[in-house]
Design a protein around this ligand. Structure first.
Ligand code: NAG
Ligand code: NAG
Ligand code: NAG
Ligand code: NAG
Length: 453
Protein backbone atom coordinates (compact mmCIF):
# COMPACT_ATOMS: atom_id res chain seq x y z
CA UNK A 1 0.00 0.00 0.00
CA UNK A 2 2.77 2.36 0.97
CA UNK A 3 4.37 1.65 -2.34
CA UNK A 4 1.20 2.29 -4.26
CA UNK A 5 0.68 5.57 -2.57
CA UNK A 6 4.23 6.64 -3.05
CA UNK A 7 4.19 6.01 -6.75
CA UNK A 8 2.15 9.04 -7.80
CA UNK A 9 4.38 11.23 -5.67
CA UNK A 10 7.50 9.85 -7.30
CA UNK A 11 6.00 10.40 -10.70
CA UNK A 12 5.04 13.92 -9.79
CA UNK A 13 8.57 14.61 -8.64
CA UNK A 14 10.01 13.20 -11.83
CA UNK A 15 7.69 15.43 -13.81
CA UNK A 16 8.64 18.41 -11.68
CA UNK A 17 12.34 17.84 -12.07
CA UNK A 18 11.91 17.41 -15.81
CA UNK A 19 10.13 20.73 -15.97
CA UNK A 20 12.83 22.59 -14.10
CA UNK A 21 15.44 24.47 -16.03
CA UNK A 22 18.73 22.72 -16.41
CA UNK A 23 21.22 23.63 -13.78
CA UNK A 24 23.94 24.26 -16.30
CA UNK A 25 22.37 26.06 -19.17
CA UNK A 26 24.85 27.89 -21.26
CA UNK A 27 27.81 25.65 -21.60
CA UNK A 28 28.69 27.25 -24.89
CA UNK A 29 27.43 25.22 -27.76
CA UNK A 30 25.18 22.79 -25.94
CA UNK A 31 22.01 24.18 -27.30
CA UNK A 32 19.49 21.79 -25.74
CA UNK A 33 20.01 22.70 -22.12
CA UNK A 34 20.23 26.33 -22.97
CA UNK A 35 16.97 26.26 -24.88
CA UNK A 36 15.36 24.72 -21.82
CA UNK A 37 16.65 27.60 -19.79
CA UNK A 38 15.26 30.11 -22.23
CA UNK A 39 11.87 28.50 -22.35
CA UNK A 40 11.91 28.35 -18.56
CA UNK A 41 12.08 32.13 -18.63
CA UNK A 42 9.06 32.23 -20.87
CA UNK A 43 7.25 29.90 -18.48
CA UNK A 44 8.34 32.05 -15.58
CA UNK A 45 6.64 34.93 -17.30
CA UNK A 46 3.34 33.07 -17.50
CA UNK A 47 3.55 32.01 -13.87
CA UNK A 48 4.46 35.39 -12.45
CA UNK A 49 1.80 37.04 -14.56
CA UNK A 50 -0.82 34.89 -12.90
CA UNK A 51 0.75 35.58 -9.56
CA UNK A 52 0.67 39.33 -9.89
CA UNK A 53 -2.87 39.25 -11.20
CA UNK A 54 -3.89 37.39 -8.07
CA UNK A 55 -2.05 39.74 -5.76
CA UNK A 56 -3.82 42.81 -6.97
CA UNK A 57 -7.07 43.33 -5.12
CA UNK A 58 -10.08 43.01 -7.37
CA UNK A 59 -7.83 42.73 -10.35
CA UNK A 60 -8.20 40.30 -13.18
CA UNK A 61 -4.95 41.40 -14.74
CA UNK A 62 -6.79 42.91 -17.67
CA UNK A 63 -8.35 45.93 -16.11
CA UNK A 64 -7.17 48.72 -13.86
CA UNK A 65 -6.86 47.74 -10.22
CA UNK A 66 -10.02 48.57 -8.36
CA UNK A 67 -8.31 50.65 -5.69
CA UNK A 68 -6.48 52.61 -8.36
CA UNK A 69 -9.65 53.29 -10.31
CA UNK A 70 -11.24 54.65 -7.14
CA UNK A 71 -8.21 56.81 -6.42
CA UNK A 72 -8.34 58.25 -9.92
CA UNK A 73 -12.05 58.99 -9.67
CA UNK A 74 -11.41 61.12 -6.63
CA UNK A 75 -8.24 62.95 -7.53
CA UNK A 76 -7.07 66.20 -6.07
CA UNK A 77 -4.29 68.66 -6.82
CA UNK A 78 -1.93 70.55 -4.53
CA UNK A 79 0.06 73.32 -6.12
CA UNK A 80 3.66 73.50 -4.96
CA UNK A 81 5.63 76.60 -5.77
CA UNK A 82 8.99 77.44 -4.20
CA UNK A 83 8.28 81.10 -4.92
CA UNK A 84 5.23 81.01 -2.71
CA UNK A 85 2.43 81.22 -5.26
CA UNK A 86 0.92 77.81 -4.48
CA UNK A 87 -0.56 75.83 -1.63
CA UNK A 88 2.88 74.77 -0.45
CA UNK A 89 6.42 75.97 -0.88
CA UNK A 90 8.07 72.59 -0.50
CA UNK A 91 7.26 69.11 -1.67
CA UNK A 92 7.89 67.87 1.84
CA UNK A 93 5.20 70.14 3.24
CA UNK A 94 2.74 69.03 0.58
CA UNK A 95 3.45 65.37 1.31
CA UNK A 96 2.91 65.97 5.01
CA UNK A 97 -0.58 67.14 4.17
CA UNK A 98 -1.43 63.83 2.49
CA UNK A 99 -3.19 61.64 5.06
CA UNK A 100 -1.82 58.27 6.07
CA UNK A 101 -3.71 55.51 4.35
CA UNK A 102 -4.46 57.91 1.53
CA UNK A 103 -6.96 56.54 -0.99
CA UNK A 104 -7.13 59.28 -3.61
CA UNK A 105 -4.79 60.38 -6.36
CA UNK A 106 -2.94 63.42 -5.07
CA UNK A 107 -1.25 65.36 -7.82
CA UNK A 108 1.49 67.68 -6.67
CA UNK A 109 1.58 70.27 -9.39
CA UNK A 110 5.22 71.32 -9.16
CA UNK A 111 5.95 74.76 -10.49
CA UNK A 112 9.30 75.15 -12.24
CA UNK A 113 12.41 75.75 -10.18
CA UNK A 114 14.84 74.02 -7.92
CA UNK A 115 13.56 72.11 -4.92
CA UNK A 116 16.47 71.64 -2.58
CA UNK A 117 14.90 68.79 -0.63
CA UNK A 118 15.54 65.25 0.44
CA UNK A 119 12.26 63.44 0.09
CA UNK A 120 10.91 60.23 1.53
CA UNK A 121 7.45 59.01 0.56
CA UNK A 122 6.17 56.68 3.23
CA UNK A 123 4.44 53.44 2.30
CA UNK A 124 1.30 54.76 3.96
CA UNK A 125 0.86 57.40 1.25
CA UNK A 126 0.06 55.73 -2.08
CA UNK A 127 -1.30 57.38 -5.25
CA UNK A 128 1.05 60.37 -5.27
CA UNK A 129 1.87 62.09 -8.56
CA UNK A 130 4.66 64.59 -9.13
CA UNK A 131 3.60 66.61 -12.12
CA UNK A 132 5.87 69.07 -13.80
CA UNK A 133 6.59 70.39 -17.28
CA UNK A 134 9.40 68.59 -19.12
CA UNK A 135 10.24 71.82 -20.95
CA UNK A 136 10.46 73.82 -17.77
CA UNK A 137 10.89 71.24 -15.07
CA UNK A 138 10.89 71.05 -11.35
CA UNK A 139 14.37 69.99 -10.30
CA UNK A 140 14.56 68.06 -7.06
CA UNK A 141 18.14 67.98 -5.88
CA UNK A 142 20.16 66.92 -2.88
CA UNK A 143 23.76 65.83 -2.51
CA UNK A 144 24.19 63.05 0.02
CA UNK A 145 26.57 60.20 -0.70
CA UNK A 146 26.85 56.85 1.06
CA UNK A 147 29.68 58.15 3.22
CA UNK A 148 27.70 61.18 4.38
CA UNK A 149 27.21 60.98 8.12
CA UNK A 150 23.63 60.75 9.30
CA UNK A 151 22.13 62.13 12.49
CA UNK A 152 23.46 59.11 14.35
CA UNK A 153 26.98 59.89 13.24
CA UNK A 154 27.16 56.87 10.98
CA UNK A 155 27.41 56.85 7.20
CA UNK A 156 23.95 56.93 5.63
CA UNK A 157 24.87 54.21 3.13
CA UNK A 158 23.61 53.79 -0.39
CA UNK A 159 19.94 53.63 0.56
CA UNK A 160 20.26 56.69 2.76
CA UNK A 161 22.02 58.74 0.08
CA UNK A 162 18.83 58.97 -1.97
CA UNK A 163 17.44 62.35 -2.94
CA UNK A 164 13.92 61.05 -3.56
CA UNK A 165 12.80 57.74 -2.09
CA UNK A 166 9.40 56.35 -3.00
CA UNK A 167 8.22 53.52 -0.80
CA UNK A 168 4.51 53.80 -1.51
CA UNK A 169 2.61 52.21 -4.39
CA UNK A 170 1.05 53.79 -7.48
CA UNK A 171 3.51 56.66 -7.66
CA UNK A 172 3.73 58.62 -10.86
CA UNK A 173 6.02 61.38 -12.08
CA UNK A 174 5.89 63.46 -15.20
CA UNK A 175 8.54 65.88 -16.40
CA UNK A 176 10.49 65.95 -13.15
CA UNK A 177 14.26 66.07 -12.74
CA UNK A 178 15.52 63.85 -9.92
CA UNK A 179 19.04 64.75 -9.11
CA UNK A 180 21.87 63.86 -6.82
CA UNK A 181 24.43 66.57 -7.43
CA UNK A 182 27.20 65.33 -5.16
CA UNK A 183 30.51 65.58 -6.99
CA UNK A 184 31.01 62.42 -9.05
CA UNK A 185 33.09 59.97 -7.09
CA UNK A 186 36.54 59.21 -8.36
CA UNK A 187 36.89 55.67 -9.62
CA UNK A 188 37.51 53.44 -6.64
CA UNK A 189 36.60 56.09 -4.14
CA UNK A 190 34.84 54.74 -1.10
CA UNK A 191 31.32 55.61 -0.12
CA UNK A 192 30.70 57.64 -3.25
CA UNK A 193 27.34 56.08 -4.07
CA UNK A 194 24.90 58.89 -4.67
CA UNK A 195 21.36 57.83 -5.43
CA UNK A 196 19.03 60.34 -7.07
CA UNK A 197 15.87 58.22 -7.06
CA UNK A 198 14.95 55.05 -5.23
CA UNK A 199 11.74 53.23 -6.08
CA UNK A 200 10.69 50.67 -3.52
CA UNK A 201 6.92 50.78 -3.97
CA UNK A 202 5.23 48.86 -6.75
CA UNK A 203 3.31 50.05 -9.82
CA UNK A 204 5.21 53.28 -10.36
CA UNK A 205 5.37 55.10 -13.70
CA UNK A 206 7.81 57.80 -14.81
CA UNK A 207 7.29 59.85 -17.95
CA UNK A 208 9.68 62.39 -19.46
CA UNK A 209 11.72 62.46 -16.30
CA UNK A 210 15.43 62.95 -15.85
CA UNK A 211 17.26 60.88 -13.30
CA UNK A 212 20.63 62.43 -12.93
CA UNK A 213 23.61 61.45 -10.86
CA UNK A 214 26.91 59.62 -10.86
CA UNK A 215 27.55 56.34 -9.16
CA UNK A 216 24.31 54.44 -8.42
CA UNK A 217 21.90 57.00 -9.84
CA UNK A 218 18.69 55.02 -9.99
CA UNK A 219 17.96 52.47 -7.32
CA UNK A 220 15.29 50.45 -9.08
CA UNK A 221 14.92 48.73 -5.79
CA UNK A 222 11.76 46.63 -5.81
CA UNK A 223 8.36 46.35 -7.46
CA UNK A 224 6.86 46.91 -10.89
CA UNK A 225 8.06 50.06 -12.60
CA UNK A 226 7.67 51.73 -15.95
CA UNK A 227 10.03 54.40 -17.31
CA UNK A 228 9.06 56.08 -20.56
CA UNK A 229 10.86 58.84 -22.43
CA UNK A 230 13.28 59.33 -19.56
CA UNK A 231 16.90 60.39 -19.47
CA UNK A 232 19.09 58.50 -17.03
CA UNK A 233 22.64 59.69 -16.45
CA UNK A 234 25.32 58.10 -14.36
CA UNK A 235 28.63 56.30 -14.07
CA UNK A 236 28.96 52.98 -12.26
CA UNK A 237 26.04 50.59 -11.70
CA UNK A 238 23.73 53.43 -12.31
CA UNK A 239 20.53 51.45 -12.70
CA UNK A 240 20.51 48.82 -9.97
CA UNK A 241 18.28 46.76 -7.71
CA UNK A 242 15.70 44.03 -8.02
CA UNK A 243 12.83 45.93 -9.55
CA UNK A 244 10.89 44.33 -12.36
CA UNK A 245 10.97 47.23 -14.76
CA UNK A 246 10.29 48.20 -18.32
CA UNK A 247 12.29 51.08 -19.81
CA UNK A 248 10.90 52.40 -23.07
CA UNK A 249 12.30 55.13 -25.32
CA UNK A 250 14.80 56.14 -22.68
CA UNK A 251 18.24 57.65 -23.10
CA UNK A 252 20.86 56.02 -20.95
CA UNK A 253 23.96 58.16 -20.74
CA UNK A 254 27.35 57.47 -19.24
CA UNK A 255 28.98 60.59 -17.92
CA UNK A 256 32.45 59.21 -17.25
CA UNK A 257 35.66 58.86 -19.15
CA UNK A 258 36.47 55.79 -17.13
CA UNK A 259 34.40 52.61 -17.22
CA UNK A 260 30.65 52.87 -16.87
CA UNK A 261 28.30 50.05 -16.01
CA UNK A 262 24.70 50.67 -16.95
CA UNK A 263 23.03 48.06 -14.81
CA UNK A 264 23.65 46.01 -11.70
CA UNK A 265 20.49 43.96 -11.60
CA UNK A 266 20.00 42.00 -8.40
CA UNK A 267 17.76 39.12 -9.38
CA UNK A 268 18.59 36.30 -7.01
CA UNK A 269 17.13 33.25 -5.38
CA UNK A 270 18.14 34.46 -1.96
CA UNK A 271 16.01 37.58 -1.51
CA UNK A 272 12.30 36.99 -1.31
CA UNK A 273 10.53 38.01 -4.49
CA UNK A 274 13.72 39.01 -6.26
CA UNK A 275 13.60 36.07 -8.63
CA UNK A 276 10.68 37.73 -10.42
CA UNK A 277 12.74 40.81 -11.16
CA UNK A 278 14.68 42.00 -14.17
CA UNK A 279 15.23 45.10 -16.27
CA UNK A 280 13.93 45.27 -19.81
CA UNK A 281 14.95 48.08 -22.14
CA UNK A 282 13.17 48.66 -25.41
CA UNK A 283 13.85 51.26 -28.04
CA UNK A 284 16.37 52.99 -25.84
CA UNK A 285 19.56 54.81 -26.73
CA UNK A 286 22.83 54.14 -24.99
CA UNK A 287 25.56 56.73 -25.27
CA UNK A 288 28.53 58.25 -23.59
CA UNK A 289 29.16 61.87 -22.74
CA UNK A 290 32.45 61.09 -21.09
CA UNK A 291 33.87 58.77 -23.74
CA UNK A 292 34.67 55.88 -21.41
CA UNK A 293 33.87 52.24 -22.07
CA UNK A 294 30.38 51.07 -21.26
CA UNK A 295 29.30 47.70 -19.93
CA UNK A 296 25.65 46.82 -20.43
CA UNK A 297 25.49 45.22 -17.05
CA UNK A 298 27.15 43.25 -14.35
CA UNK A 299 25.59 40.71 -12.07
CA UNK A 300 24.76 41.97 -8.62
CA UNK A 301 22.50 38.95 -8.13
CA UNK A 302 23.32 35.34 -9.01
CA UNK A 303 20.40 35.29 -11.46
CA UNK A 304 20.72 38.84 -12.74
CA UNK A 305 18.39 39.47 -15.69
CA UNK A 306 18.62 42.30 -18.20
CA UNK A 307 17.30 42.55 -21.75
CA UNK A 308 17.95 45.20 -24.38
CA UNK A 309 15.68 45.20 -27.44
CA UNK A 310 15.70 47.59 -30.41
CA UNK A 311 18.25 49.66 -28.56
CA UNK A 312 20.86 51.82 -30.19
CA UNK A 313 24.29 51.34 -28.70
CA UNK A 314 27.12 53.77 -29.25
CA UNK A 315 30.67 52.67 -29.95
CA UNK A 316 31.69 52.87 -26.29
CA UNK A 317 29.74 49.70 -25.48
CA UNK A 318 32.48 47.12 -25.08
CA UNK A 319 32.40 44.08 -27.40
CA UNK A 320 32.07 41.58 -24.52
CA UNK A 321 29.10 43.60 -23.34
CA UNK A 322 28.56 42.07 -19.93
CA UNK A 323 30.41 41.19 -16.78
CA UNK A 324 29.73 38.44 -14.26
CA UNK A 325 31.16 40.48 -11.40
CA UNK A 326 31.65 38.04 -8.55
CA UNK A 327 29.48 35.26 -9.93
CA UNK A 328 31.95 32.47 -10.40
CA UNK A 329 30.22 30.56 -13.18
CA UNK A 330 27.96 33.02 -14.88
CA UNK A 331 27.13 30.47 -17.57
CA UNK A 332 25.39 28.28 -15.05
CA UNK A 333 24.31 30.58 -12.23
CA UNK A 334 21.00 31.61 -13.75
CA UNK A 335 22.13 34.92 -15.16
CA UNK A 336 19.99 35.96 -18.11
CA UNK A 337 21.45 38.68 -20.29
CA UNK A 338 19.90 39.08 -23.72
CA UNK A 339 19.78 41.38 -26.69
CA UNK A 340 17.28 41.56 -29.50
CA UNK A 341 17.60 43.55 -32.72
CA UNK A 342 19.79 46.26 -31.27
CA UNK A 343 21.65 48.68 -33.52
CA UNK A 344 24.66 50.96 -33.55
CA UNK A 345 28.38 50.26 -33.39
CA UNK A 346 28.21 48.91 -29.85
CA UNK A 347 25.58 46.30 -30.65
CA UNK A 348 27.76 43.75 -32.44
CA UNK A 349 26.89 40.55 -30.63
CA UNK A 350 29.68 38.45 -32.11
CA UNK A 351 32.17 39.15 -29.36
CA UNK A 352 29.76 39.09 -26.47
CA UNK A 353 30.52 36.91 -23.48
CA UNK A 354 29.49 33.34 -24.26
CA UNK A 355 26.73 33.36 -21.67
CA UNK A 356 24.84 36.33 -23.11
CA UNK A 357 22.01 35.56 -25.49
CA UNK A 358 21.14 36.84 -28.91
CA UNK A 359 17.41 36.40 -28.40
CA UNK A 360 14.89 35.12 -30.89
CA UNK A 361 11.66 37.01 -31.22
CA UNK A 362 9.79 34.39 -29.19
CA UNK A 363 12.36 34.67 -26.42
CA UNK A 364 12.33 38.46 -26.44
CA UNK A 365 8.59 38.85 -26.55
CA UNK A 366 7.80 38.37 -22.86
CA UNK A 367 10.07 41.34 -22.12
CA UNK A 368 9.09 43.70 -24.91
CA UNK A 369 6.10 45.62 -23.73
CA UNK A 370 4.27 46.88 -20.71
CA UNK A 371 2.92 43.32 -20.30
CA UNK A 372 6.32 42.55 -18.81
CA UNK A 373 5.31 44.65 -15.81
CA UNK A 374 1.63 43.63 -16.00
CA UNK A 375 0.91 47.20 -16.99
CA UNK A 376 -2.70 46.64 -17.99
CA UNK A 377 -3.69 46.73 -14.36
CA UNK A 378 -1.97 49.96 -13.39
CA UNK A 379 -0.22 51.98 -16.12
CA UNK A 380 -2.11 55.18 -16.82
CA UNK A 381 -1.13 58.00 -19.16
CA UNK A 382 0.80 60.93 -17.69
CA UNK A 383 -1.18 63.89 -16.35
CA UNK A 384 -0.34 66.31 -19.10
CA UNK A 385 -2.23 69.52 -19.64
CA UNK A 386 -3.42 71.99 -17.09
CA UNK A 387 -4.36 70.78 -13.68
CA UNK A 388 -7.68 71.73 -12.27
CA UNK A 389 -7.43 74.46 -9.66
CA UNK A 390 -6.20 73.40 -6.29
CA UNK A 391 -8.83 71.77 -4.15
CA UNK A 392 -6.93 72.09 -0.99
CA UNK A 393 -9.23 73.24 1.76
CA UNK A 394 -7.55 72.53 5.04
CA UNK A 395 -6.87 75.71 6.94
CA UNK A 396 -3.57 76.91 8.17
CA UNK A 397 -0.13 76.05 7.05
CA UNK A 398 -1.08 76.10 3.41
CA UNK A 399 1.93 78.12 2.49
CA UNK A 400 3.98 77.29 5.50
CA UNK A 401 7.54 76.50 4.82
CA UNK A 402 8.71 73.26 6.14
CA UNK A 403 12.36 72.50 6.51
CA UNK A 404 13.54 69.90 4.11
CA UNK A 405 13.22 66.54 5.67
CA UNK A 406 16.25 64.47 6.24
CA UNK A 407 14.82 61.06 6.85
CA UNK A 408 17.04 58.23 7.73
CA UNK A 409 16.72 55.14 5.69
CA UNK A 410 13.89 52.87 6.63
CA UNK A 411 14.71 49.66 8.38
CA UNK A 412 12.41 47.84 6.03
CA UNK A 413 14.22 48.82 2.91
CA UNK A 414 17.58 48.41 4.48
CA UNK A 415 16.95 44.82 5.37
CA UNK A 416 15.48 43.93 2.03
CA UNK A 417 18.51 45.34 0.34
CA UNK A 418 20.70 42.92 2.12
CA UNK A 419 22.54 40.40 0.15
CA UNK A 420 24.06 37.31 1.62
CA UNK A 421 27.21 37.69 -0.33
CA UNK A 422 29.93 39.85 0.95
CA UNK A 423 31.56 41.96 -1.60
CA UNK A 424 34.78 41.43 -3.34
CA UNK A 425 35.40 41.47 -7.01
CA UNK A 426 35.84 38.22 -8.76
CA UNK A 427 39.29 37.84 -10.12
CA UNK A 428 38.43 37.34 -13.75
CA UNK A 429 40.37 39.68 -16.01
CA UNK A 430 37.09 41.17 -17.05
CA UNK A 431 35.99 42.09 -13.59
CA UNK A 432 39.44 43.20 -12.76
CA UNK A 433 39.21 45.76 -15.50
CA UNK A 434 36.26 47.18 -13.62
CA UNK A 435 38.84 47.51 -10.95
CA UNK A 436 37.21 50.18 -8.92
CA UNK A 437 34.18 48.38 -7.73
CA UNK A 438 31.95 50.95 -6.13
CA UNK A 439 31.59 48.50 -3.35
CA UNK A 440 34.95 46.96 -2.75
CA UNK A 441 36.57 48.13 0.36
CA UNK A 442 33.80 50.36 1.54
CA UNK A 443 33.63 49.38 5.12
CA UNK A 444 32.99 52.51 7.05
CA UNK A 445 29.97 50.82 8.60
CA UNK A 446 30.66 48.46 11.45
CA UNK A 447 29.01 45.23 10.50
CA UNK A 448 28.60 44.86 6.84
CA UNK A 449 25.73 42.50 6.26
CA UNK A 450 24.65 44.49 3.28
CA UNK A 451 26.43 44.52 0.02
CA UNK A 452 26.73 48.15 -0.80
CA UNK A 453 26.80 48.82 -4.48
C1 NAG B 1 -12.63 61.38 -1.86
O1 NAG B 1 -11.60 61.63 -0.95
C2 NAG B 1 -11.99 62.33 0.22
C3 NAG B 1 -10.74 62.65 1.03
O2 NAG B 1 -10.06 61.50 1.34
C4 NAG B 1 -12.98 61.48 0.99
O3 NAG B 1 -13.43 62.18 2.12
C5 NAG B 1 -14.15 61.14 0.08
O4 NAG B 1 -15.03 60.26 0.75
C6 NAG B 1 -13.68 60.51 -1.20
N1 NAG B 1 -14.79 60.35 -2.11
C7 NAG B 1 -15.04 59.18 -2.68
C8 NAG B 1 -16.20 59.17 -3.62
O5 NAG B 1 -14.38 58.18 -2.48
C1 NAG C 1 8.08 63.37 -23.74
O1 NAG C 1 9.12 62.68 -24.40
C2 NAG C 1 8.80 62.28 -25.73
C3 NAG C 1 9.97 61.51 -26.27
O2 NAG C 1 11.15 62.24 -26.14
C4 NAG C 1 8.51 63.48 -26.58
O3 NAG C 1 8.09 63.06 -27.86
C5 NAG C 1 7.42 64.29 -25.93
O4 NAG C 1 7.25 65.47 -26.66
C6 NAG C 1 7.78 64.62 -24.50
N1 NAG C 1 6.71 65.34 -23.90
C7 NAG C 1 6.83 66.61 -23.59
C8 NAG C 1 5.60 67.26 -23.09
O5 NAG C 1 7.88 67.23 -23.73
C1 NAG D 1 11.72 55.01 -30.27
O1 NAG D 1 12.22 56.10 -29.50
C2 NAG D 1 12.21 57.34 -30.16
C3 NAG D 1 12.92 58.34 -29.30
O2 NAG D 1 12.47 58.32 -27.98
C4 NAG D 1 10.78 57.72 -30.48
O3 NAG D 1 10.75 58.94 -31.16
C5 NAG D 1 10.15 56.61 -31.32
O4 NAG D 1 8.79 56.91 -31.52
C6 NAG D 1 10.27 55.28 -30.64
N1 NAG D 1 9.80 54.22 -31.50
C7 NAG D 1 8.94 53.31 -31.07
C8 NAG D 1 8.59 52.24 -32.03
O5 NAG D 1 8.47 53.33 -29.94
C1 NAG E 1 5.87 55.55 7.87
O1 NAG E 1 4.84 56.16 8.60
C2 NAG E 1 4.45 55.41 9.75
C3 NAG E 1 3.26 56.07 10.34
O2 NAG E 1 3.54 57.42 10.64
C4 NAG E 1 5.62 55.34 10.71
O3 NAG E 1 5.27 54.59 11.83
C5 NAG E 1 6.79 54.70 10.01
O4 NAG E 1 7.92 54.74 10.85
C6 NAG E 1 7.11 55.42 8.71
N1 NAG E 1 8.10 54.65 8.01
C7 NAG E 1 9.28 55.16 7.74
C8 NAG E 1 10.20 54.21 7.05
O5 NAG E 1 9.60 56.30 7.99
Amino acid sequence: MGRNMALPLVMALVALVASLPSASPATAGTAGAFDNWLSANQKDFAITQALYAKKAVGDTGNSIDESLAKAEDNKTTFVVDPKGGGDYKTITAALEAVPEGNTRRVILDLKPGEYREKIFINISKPYITFKSDPKNPAIIAWNDIAATLGKDGKPVGTVGSTTVAVESDYFMAYGVVFKNDAPTAKPGAKGGQAVALRTFGTKAAFYNCTIDGGQDTLYDHKGLHYFKDCLIRGSVDFIFGFGRSFYENCRIVSIVKEIAVLTAQQRTKTIEGAIESGFSFKNCTIMSEGGGDIYLGRAWGDSSRVIYAYTEMSKEVVPVGWDGWEVKQPESSGIYYGEFKCSGPGSDARKRVGWAVDLTEAQAKPFMGTHYVFGDSWILPPPTGNSPPSKKTSSGGATATSPAASPSSSPESASSASSPKSASLASSPESASLASSPESGYSAGKSKTKKEL
